[in-house]
Structures are given as C-alpha cells and as structure tokens.
Design a protein around this ligand. Structure first.
Ligand code: BGP
Length: 475
C-alpha cells in the first residue's frame, strides 16, 4: 500500500440535529428534525404538525452535545482527528428562518465549538443545512416550493460565513441534496426541501422545482462565500449509491446509466453550472413547468463548487425487466446483489463500489472529492467486562479505506479527506433511534431515550487512532 497524501483530512462526521440536543435552548427555533417522531421496527418516522406537547422526540435531547461538546472533542482529539464534520443548526441562527436579525446566542455557541476544535488543530468541515430548515419556513412559505427560500438560505449562509470566516475553511451547502429524488419517500423531500406534498399534486414536478431553487441558492452561496474569503473551499454534498446493471443485457446497462443520472443530476448542476439537456428533455416530455430565469442560469454558472462531497454506504442493482424478487420504486426494478452481504437494514456492503464511485465521479467532474460519510450502523453490545468488540465496524471501514487508497494511487483520484459517519453514537436519521450505532464512541442511551449519556470507547476507537497515526498505513 502506497498510502495517503500527507495532509489527508482524517476525521469523523455528525449533524447538529442528530447529536446536539438543546432543541429549543438559548433562542433556537424548532427545525424540521424537531417535529419528526422516531420510527419503530421498520415503520417510517412520522412528521407531526408542529411540536406535540408530551411527545418524546428523539432529536430534542439527542446526546446533549450542546453542553458536552468539549468532552467529546477531547475524545476526537485523542483519536488524532485532523477534521470534524458537523452542521450549523439553521434555526439556532435564524429561529424562524425569516427573522430580521440572527440569534446571537446561537452564533456564540458555534464560535465556542469551532474554537474548541481549533484548540486541537481539528479543521471544522461545516454543512450549512443538514435536514435542519427552520420549521416556520415550512409552515409559512411551504419550504423550497417557494422561491423566497433562496433568499432566506443565502442570508443565513452569508451571516455564518462572515462570522466564522477566520475559523472555517471547508463548507458544504445541502446535505444529500439528491436524496429527495425518491419522491416515494415523504421523509426525504420534507427534510431536504421542507415540502409536505399536497393531495393530487405531481410529486416529481414539485420535487424538481424545489431542487432547482435549492441548487440556485447553493450556487449563490458558493459565489458569495468566495467573495467573503477566497480561501474558502465550498462543496456540494451528494448521496452516491452506484447502481449496477443486473446483467450484460444492453437494456440493463442503459437502465443503470439512467438510474444513476437521475440521482446525480444534482452534482452535474453543482459542478458544471448548468441544467443538463437530459433533464430538460425529461421535464419537457412530462410536461413539467419548472420556473427559472436567465439570472438563475447565470447564478448556477457563477457558483460551481470547489469539491464534491458525498456519502457512500452501499451499492444497488437495477434490471430493465421485472424479475423474481425485484422491487420497483424510484428505479425500474431494484434487485438484491447476490455477490455482496447486506446489513440488518438491508444496506448492501460493497467496498469496491466505493473505488468505482470515486473513479467515475472524479472522471465526470475532475474536481477534488471528499468522503464525508461512510460507516456501518449496528446494534453494538456491551460485553460482561464492559468492552464493546465492534470488529464488524473495523472490518467494514478497513475494507473501504483499502479501496480509497487504490482510487488515489491507481486511479489518480484527488481525495481531500475521509470523515466516517457517526464518529460518536447519535440519533439515526432513518429510524430516529439510538440503537443503529455508527460510533467509535458508545453513548449510553437507548431507543426509549433512557440512559446516562455516558461516553465509552469501543474497540474501533483505538483502531482508528492507529489508522490516523500511521496516515492509513496500519489498518
Ligand atoms: C445519511 C444522512 C446522515 C446519516 C446517514 C446514516 O443519509 O446524511 O444524516 O443519518 O444517512 O443513516 P441512518 O442514520 O438512517 O443509518
């Protein structure tokens, strides 16, 4: 193994709503995440109409990072983190999203948080919106179905980029912006764009309009960020799931190309600065009336990203024909890949797919890449001696790091860093539960919200510390 670049940004990733807690402390307003219930045993999370008194929302307390961040950052520093990805909770800064002035207490919290990271030479890597739009923007404006959201997002981004321009260099705009392309999944359009579908409306047309407004907002923020500090590195953030063809049948190959294109058109716009012809054709063919102006197109062109950030967890398989056991939905016919294992949640474990994704995406955009999420969610068990032997997580991460190294040294990919997801146990996005754990650090809290919140190092803590100390040479 040749190894990693000397300044490779090894670290970990989280999101404000999944770990901070303090959901309404010091002036913070309710966000989208604060009105979502916990899922249970495969039942999807429900979206409540505002905060229902007495309901035990999983994200309200989370793991109380809001008051324990110094203790947690000390643990990240012990592992040797070079970077730490988290998000700024938009509604901590603008409680309603359309407030005339920002909330100073919210701004001060992130000043203190970034100072604590910089004390240990840990580079903050900041997501501007990680499914955390102020809930008021949903109720009053209808989320990103309303063009006004562009200005609200730009004002929020400008406020924090100016405030932290000497503390934060790496930014990204919308977390997994492409996850909303699956319009069969209410949660993703709600968390990404603040949209609650209305009876009888064309869900896909609404999604494309909202997504385009988000992409315009993102481009405006990239341009503005470079004016605030030319050293800023501002990226997009995609959920990349490579979709393989079920067979070498030409129609299966074409189906896999279409499936990936439909979800990756967001990064096409982020990286190239224009609406791709295949999407315009698709809108035309379906009679979608998507509103945008020449000024919007100019904004897209002027606001292309500096790097492509993305999450990688799994790969998928698609068939152009319905076959035994296939599942239809966002893509024509999804099929289980017989060559790979799957997690308890059905996520197909495919380390080689990460190398494939790195190569394909780098060739497509020729921009630096940043893996800002990767990890293995599991029900960790505390042994009789108090230890947590998460060898399965070490195995998963090791296999993916091996493929990353090949992408860099064989395929010539420029990779900025690697921040495994949930570096400390946090609330799962999909389930709203604690027991789908990703962390190097265990947190004593169960699905019912019971526990001391005590932190414990898992076996993977020492393993990852060694990986970082040897810059990826010792896995
Ligand atoms: C991604 C989100 C993260 C994180 C991750 C793991 O979609 O960007 O917020 O939650 O998924 O998902 P889960 O927590 O459902 O296992």
């Amino acid at each position: 193994m040749v190894g990693f670049p000397k300044d490779f940004l090894w670290g970990g990733a989280v999101a404000a709503h999944q770990l901070e807690g303090g959901w309404n402390k010091d002036g913070k307003g309710a966000s989208i995440a604060d009105v979502m219930t916990a899922g249970r045993h495969g039942v999807p999370r429900q979206i409540t109409d505002g905060v229902v008194e007495g309901y035990n929302y999983p994200n309200h307390e989370a793991i109380d990072f809001y008051s324990r961040y110094k203790e947690d950052i000390k643990l990240f520093a012990e592992m040797g983190f070079k970077s730490f990805r988290t998000s700024i909770a938009w509604s901590r800064i603008f409680p309603n999203g359309d407030d005339d002035q920002p909330n100073e207490a919210g701004l001060q919290f992130y000043d203190d948080l970034f100072d604590e990271l910089l004390k240990y030479d840990i580079e903050p890597v900041i997501t501007l919106s990680h499914f955390e739009m102020p809930y008021h923007l949903v109720k009053k404006y209808g989320g990103f179905r309303n063009r006004k959201l562009i200005d609200f997002f730009v004002t929020y981004a400008e406020t924090v980029m100016k405030r932290y321009k000497h503390k934060v260099k790496y930014w990204m705009t919308f977390n997994e912006i492409n996850n909303q392309s699956d319009t069969t999944h209410d949660l993703h359009i709600f968390t990404n764009s603040g949209i609650l579908f209305q009876e009888g409306e064309n869900r896909e047309e609404t999604m494309y309009q909202a997504a385009l407004y988000e992409l315009i907002a993102s481009a405006k923020v990239v341009k503005l960020g470079h004016e605030i500090n030319p050293d800023f590195q501002i990226g997009c953030m995609m959920a990349y799931v490579p979709i393989y063809p079920y067979s070498c049948h030409p129609e299966d190959m074409m189906e896999s190309v279409i499936a990936m294109r439909n979800r990756w058109f967001f990064s096409d716009i982020h990286a190239r600065g224009e609406i791709p012809s295949y999407i315009k054709k698709y809108w035309e063919r379906n009679g979608y009336d998507i509103e945008y102006t020449e000024a919007d197109e100019a904004a897209l062109k002027e606001g292309t990203v500096d790097y492509i950030g993305f999450s990688y967890y799994m790969s998928g398989v698609v068939s152009s024909r319905k076959i035994e056991g296939s599942r239809s939905g966002e893509f024509k016919h999804l099929v289980r890949n017989p060559h790979v294992q799957a997690s308890e949640w059905g996520w197909q474990i495919d380390p080689v797919g990460l190398r494939y994704t790195l190569s394909v995406v780098y060739e497509r955009y020729q921009k630096p890449l940043f893996i800002v999420e990767n990890g293995f969610g599991a029900r960790d068990v505390i042994e009789a001696d108090g230890s947590i032997q998460d060898d399965y997580r070490i195995q998963y991460l090791k296999q993916h790091i091996v493929e990353m190294e090949k992408a860099i040294n064989i395929d010539g990919v420029e990779l900025l860093g690697y921040t495994p997801w949930g570096c400390i146990d946090i609330v799962s996005f999909g389930t709203g539960e604690m027991e789908k754990r990703y962390g190097f650090i265990y947190v004593d809290k169960d699905n019912n919200g019971h526990g001391s919140l005590e932190r414990k190092r898992k076996k993977s803590f020492e393993w990852y510390k060694q990986v970082i100390a040897t810059n990826g040479k010792e896995l």
